[in-house]
Design a protein around this ligand. Structure first.
Ligand code: C5P
Length: 408
């Protein structure tokens, strides 16, 4: 195995899931890849597996307690030393604690004290995995830039079938590698991401909008920033916090989004139009609130400007990525949009599929390139989908041999 993790210090947090025994294999992979690994176990993890196993395989002491008289500030020294914190398996309990800033043992204190990247691989019963409180906590972590390696479907310890099995060790190690690899591969690029819905006003209190949450676009913005790009995020109304170090411009309508895109255009090298821009808007906006009477009301709608089609004529060497959220004939519709709008890539998803589309933390997408070739990805977290899209952009950039400077 390649020594990809040579010189890296990883903190492996093990929590109290039956999958804790699989952490031994993860530890072995990490050590074989050259990493120095310090294992920290929660007290319930020790009910499943003994610290000695990890100690022997890591050739290092295993830490289990925040309170050791010989080392009063272990959480601070460890927190500073490590390059990455991997929590595998991560129980619903640890996810809830970290998402809410609870630091009541060594592992949670480390997670809250460290500025190193965190990767978590959840493992739990299917009902816990789908529980709204767990999903809410995961989306909090996702919003903070924690990389979640989503679990897999299959037989669970309870005897049931469902989502919740710890991801394969190879996926977890790959996530660690990709998070750690010094990926400044988008340095020099100015990536413009649009995200969220638009609102098309009817009158001062009403508007037409759609169900987009903005999560896919925000994940793209965060991932591109993490890979060294300057990122401008033009966002329709969402409840999401602006990702750190991303320049966010908030807009409401398709027209405002168009103007914002055009204002930034000269600086942009990659455009990712992840926003669900309204296709139609009321032809007239009433200055006063429309009054109710008992007659039917007809709203006349007109098409909004198509932003992608508009920037196409002044694209220069820029890479243009579109998104197609569909409910039928997904791939053929996406292919024709790719062609019509002259895109380099289109990311298609069937929003009727479970685990894909609006307001979820996962997505199931197919990335189609200008040759019409389709790459179908499995169900992944939106953060993982974002990384895959950026990988494709990187590939395109090297294939096209285009510089990062836009041509005006
Ligand atoms: O044509 P349709 O709206 O289905 O295409 C979707 C893609 O086009 C998305 O990337 C979306 O952001 C972009 N779009 C646009 N301007 C519009 C509508 C959609 O750039 N007015």
């Amino acid at each position: 195995m390649e020594m990809d993790l040579q010189g890296k210090h990883i903190l492996l947090g093990v929590t109290g899931s039956i999958a804790a025994y699989k952490s031994v294999l993860i530890l072995r992979h990490l050590v074989q890849a050259g990493a120095q690994v310090t294992v920290v176990m929660t007290s319930s993890a020790q009910q499943f597996i003994a610290p000695l196993t990890f100690q022997i395989l890591s050739h290092r002491p295993v830490f289990t307690s925040l309170f050791d008289p010989s080392d009063e500030i272990r959480h601070l020294t460890l927190a500073e030393q490590v390059d990455l914190i991997l929590i595998a398996p991560a129980t619903a309990n640890i996810i809830g604690k970290i998402a809410n800033g609870i630091a009541d043992d060594l592992l949670t204190t480390l997670a809250v004290a460290s500025s190193s990247p965190i990767v978590i691989a959840p493992a739990m019963d299917g009902d816990m995995w789908t529980h709204p409180v767990l999903q809410r906590n995961l989306s909090v972590l996702d919003g903070l830039g924690v990389h979640v390696v989503s679990p897999e479907e299959g037989p669970l310890a309870s005897g049931k079938e469902g989502m919740g099995r710890l991801a394969l060790e190879s996926r977890i190690v790959a996530a660690v590698l990709s998070r750690l690899r010094k990926r400044e591969d988008l340095k020099g690029e100015t990536v413009l991401v649009t995200a969220g819905p638009t609102r098309e006003p009817i009158d001062p209190v009403r508007h037409i909008t759609n169900r987009s949450s903005g999560k896919m676009g925000y994940a793209l913005a965060r991932a591109a920033q993490g890979r060294g790009a300057r990122v401008i995020l033009i966002s329709g109304p969402t409840h999401l916090p602006a990702p750190p170090k991303v320049e966010r411009i908030s807009v409401q309508s398709a027209e405002e989004m168009r103007e914002a895109v055009l204002r930034c255009w000269s600086e942009v090298t990659v455009l990712m139009m992840a926003a669900a821009v309204a296709d139609y808007r009321p032809r007239r906006r009433s200055d006063q609130k429309l009054k109710k009477d008992h007659e039917p009301l007809f709203l006349e709608l007109e098409p909004t400007p198509d932003i992608l089609s508009e920037v196409r004529s002044r694209r220069g060497h820029r890479i243009l990525i579109g998104f197609a959220a569909e409910t039928e004939d997904v791939l053929s519709r996406a292919r024709s949009k790719l062609e019509q709008k002259g895109l380099d890539l289109i990311v298609a998803n069937d929003v009727t599929q479970e685990g894909a589309g609006f307001d979820l933390d996962t997505n199931i997408v197919t990335i189609i390139d200008a040759n019409g070739e389709a790459m179908a990805l499995p169900k992944l977290s939106k953060a993982e989908v974002a990384e895959r899209i950026l990988d494709r952009i990187k590939e395109l950039k090297s294939r096209l041999g285009t510089g990062s400077r836009p041509i005006h």
